[in-house]
Ligand binder design. Structure first.
Ligand SMILES: [Zn+2]
Ligand SMILES: [Zn+2]
Length: 129
């Protein structure tokens, strides 16, 4: 049972990875997330930042990435950290196929099919449950 969204192609049946749209979540000092960050689950940099910045707030986000070089898509959860209006940290991802830096796709953004070039549509997997 899924709970996220997928980019799919109606033309060639390309199926992107599931991602969870968390764009309406707020930044906070959530104690559970803080524990996870401090345990190093999201890397060393986020951990250092929340220790060194007392007013840091954070958000767990389901990121969706697209490789502009080879068309690979992948999804991953990560944290964004900010203090006031300043963003301190946002994860970056390299393509597992070609190693190039991937582009982060915003929820609802128009994406072209990596196989056939037609515009992908978003399917909500919750409709299938
Ligand atoms: Zn296609
Ligand atoms: Zn690639």
């Amino acid at each position: 049972m899924g709970y996220g969204d997928y980019y799919i192609c109606r033309n060639c049946s390309y199926f992107g990875p599931e991602y969870v749209d968390t764009s309406n979540k707020r930044f906070s000092k959530d104690p559970d997330l803080r524990k996870q960050i401090l345990s190093g689950s999201y890397g060393d940099r986020p951990k250092e930042l929340i220790i060194s910045s007392p007013d840091a707030e954070y958000q767990l986000k389901g990121f969706l990435y697209l490789c502009r070089n080879c068309g690979e898509m992948s999804s991953e959860s990560g944290v964004i950290i900010k203090a006031g209006n300043k963003e301190l940290y946002r994860p970056a991802k390299n393509c597992r196929i070609c190693g190039k830096k991937m582009k982060e796709i915003n929820s609802g953004e128009n994406v072209k099919c990596p196989k056939c070039g037609k515009t992908l549509i978003i399917e909500d997997s919750r409709l299938w449950d």
